[in-house]
Design a protein around this ligand. Structure first.
Ligand code: G3P
Length: 217
């Protein structure tokens, strides 16, 4: 599964990128607003920092303007993926942008039927939101598994980008459900490798090694 960071914070991205496990970045209007940065400038900086797919979302609600915005965003860098909401207008824009050869990420997906339409429109990625479905009292991970089953049954090429991931359990469940990618806050990426038993075991090793009085170098 490809690991994407869901943020527009450059310093946090630098730290995660240094781990060597970052495959891409997703942003959305809320994350851009939270960064306090100019949208085009921060997307360009992220694209330079991370060579993988970088999702930048249109903000128009009509397909014609989404297409115009998407074509402008695609010019920022070769690794820009144009993010489009899963609405009727968004599907129209996805069809045109994918016809232009522009990579698209259809976002705010909450059902199998929506994901099916995103694939038919030629979406490169579809973003089902696990956490927000859980908040709604539904089963977000189960949606990933059902989309996986349908995409495999009908041989759709669209990649499932599990989004709205809130914790390591969501990551493990998305892995088992067959998501192609997962996007999550940098804090969740860090939590993937942090474990109290690892810390305790390493501490015990170090204490026992010190007793030998030896050094490797
Ligand atoms: O950026 C898309 C998605 O990951 C947003 O997640 O936590 O705002 O539901 P969240």
């Amino acid at each position: 599964m490809l690991i994407f960071a869901d943020t527009a914070e450059i310093d946090a991205l630098r730290e995660i990128a240094s781990l060597g496990v970052l495959d891409g970045v997703t942003t959305n209007p809320t994350l851009i607003a939270r960064s306090g940065r100019n949208f085009v400038e921060v997307v360009a900086e992220i694209c330079a920092l991370c060579p993988g797919p970088i999702s930048a979302e249109v903000v128009a609600l009509d397909s014609d303007t989404m297409i115009t915005e998407g074509r402008k965003l695609a010019k920022i860098a070769d690794n820009v993926v144009v993010k489009v909401p899963l609405t009727g207008e968004g599907l129209k824009a996805t069809k045109v942008l994918s016809g232009d050869g522009i990579a698209t990420n259809v976002t705010l997906c909450f059902s199998v039927n929506q994901a099916m339409l995103a694939a038919k429109a030629g979406a490169t990625y579809v973003s089902p939101f696990i956490g927000r479905l859980d908040d709604y009292g539904a089963d977000g991970v189960d949606l990933i598994a059902r989309i996986r089953a349908v995409y495999d049954l009908y041989d759709f090429d669209t990649q499932i980008l599990a989004a709205s991931i809130r914790n390591p359990a969501h990551v493990e469940q998305a892995l088992l459900a067959g998501a192609d990618c997962g996007t999550m806050p940098p804090s969740v990426i860090k939590a993937l490798y942090e474990h109290p038993l690892t810390a305790k075991g390493l501490n015990d090793f170090m204490n026992d090694w010190k007793k030998t009085g030896q050094s490797i170098l």
